[in-house]
Design a protein around this ligand. Structure first.
Ligand SMILES: Cc1cc2nc3c(=O)[nH]c(=O)nc-3n(C[C@H](O)[C@H](O)[C@H](O)COP(=O)(O)OP(=O)(O)OC[C@H]3O[C@@H](n4cnc5c(N)ncnc54)[C@H](O)[C@@H]3O)c2cc1C
Length: 345
């Protein structure tokens, strides 16, 4: 089985590795370098519970979160690259206690750990949270990973496993014959395959030859500011009204993120920074003394309606691994498994 994967983000790399492990001959085509876009820019929250807004998501997201340990241990064993997987818990600040109690009851009824925090208990769990925040939800099993390191590990694992990784290779078309995908073009070069995986993130709908009836993937920009906090103070991931704070545990604290539909304009804006840091410092006042590190932006692959697009497409031979929006890091291993099963099955 010859497989071509378009895109070297987390979806492309994780799917390529899984397919190779199942015996496929895999070529991964990336127009820039592995992890060039959203996958390395992400905050790395594995928000199995905090990101789930309905019961289906809760089941899918917590399964993905709970499978992350074995996924990253396997990568670390293959490559020796540590990817910063930590079960640090998430505290979500809320205004409506009654609603928080409903959410908590749902999670507990599904066998998950969750707690409504009130008053001093909020600061027992995360001492840096502002004294005026009286109510929060606590999900102790939500976790984090360092996406930039994860993508380095995935790229290395692919190469070590025998995936042919071609960087600097922009796919200019998906080729079809007899009503099925038969390969791709890169400029004048034709590459033939039994299966093509579309994992081009926010650019998936722009690849020529993609079926017209596929839901359109568009970019949703997110900006992140990284602070340096020494000595380390914040321990838990904290969700507040306008985003989140993700302490890495080594002094770096990521503050995110905007959610903007502005096309493919990669920029860190003054308003973005003011909004992100204003809300972060209001929720965690000690961050006001942290020093500025880096700031960046990238594009979440956004689908109108419920996503993502995973598995067979309307064009036989073309398979999909895109549209994961806010939770692509969380869902990567699950997606790779589904893609490999649908291609090899
Ligand atoms: C600011 C921000 C914070 C985020 N935080 C989190 C988080 O905390 N937790 C979480 O789970 N998710 C998070 N996400 C979402 C997550 O990053 C994405 O869902 C995920 O990375 C998407 O992976 P992907 O492989 O589909 O896309 P990408 O990583 O964008 O990869 C697509 C790749 O395809 C390549 N490509 C495109 N077109 C072509 C072509 N024609 N030929 C060859 N290559 C091509 C691109 O160069 C790119 O490398 C965040 C996203 C952003 C932007």
């Amino acid at each position: 089985m010859k497989v071509i994967v378009i895109g070297g983000g987390i979806m492309g790399c994780a799917s390529a590795l899984r397919l190779r492990d199942r015996g496929a001959e895999v070529t991964l085509l990336e127009r820039a370098v592995v992890g060039a876009e959203a996958s390395s820019a992400a905050a790395g929250i594995l928000g199995g519970q905090v990101e789930a807004h309905d019961e289906d998501d809760l089941a899918t997201f917590t399964r993905a979160r709970d499978g992350y340990g074995p996924f990253v241990r396997d990568l670390e064993t293959r490559t020796g690259i540590h990817v910063g997987h930590r079960v640090c818990g998430v505290v979500k600040l809320v205004a409506d206690e009654a609603h928080a109690r409903e959410i908590c009851a749902l999670h507990v009824s599904r066998g998950l750990r969750a707690e409504v925090l009130r008053g001093d208990r909020v600061r027992e769990v995360e001492p840096e949270i502002a004294g005026d925040r009286a109510t929060a939800l606590f999900f102790p099993d939500d976790a984090q990973v360092e996406p930039e390191r994860l993508l380095r590990a995935l790229g290395a694992a692919c190469a070590l496993a025998g995936v042919r990784v071609r960087t600097g290779s922009q796919v200019t078309g998906i080729d079809s014959a007899g009503g099925r995908a038969v390969g791709v073009t890169i400029g004048d070069e034709l590459l033939r395959a039994d299966a093509v995986i579309l994992a081009a993130g926010s650019w998936a709908s722009l690849v020529p030859g993609v079926p017209k009836d596929l839901p359109r993937v568009s970019p949703a920009r997110g900006q992140i500011v990284s602070l340096e906090e020494r000595p380390v103070r914040t321990r838990r991931i904290v969700f507040h009204d306008a985003g989140y704070v993700v302490p890495r545990g080594d002094g770096r604290v990521l503050c995110g993120s905007t959610l903007e539909h502005v096309g493919y304009e990669k920029a860190v804006t003054a308003k973005g920074i003011v909004d992100i840091l204003g809300a972060a410092c209001a929720a965690i006042p000690s961050l006001g003394g942290a020093s500025l590190g880096a700031a960046w932006s990238s594009f979440r692959p956004f689908l109108r309606g419920k996503g993502p697009l995973v598995g067979p497409s309307p064009l036989p031979g073309l398979f999909l691994a895109t549209g994961h929006y806010r939770n692509g890091i969380l869902l990567a291993n699950d997606t790779a498994e589904k893609v490999a099963a649908s291609v090899m099955g």
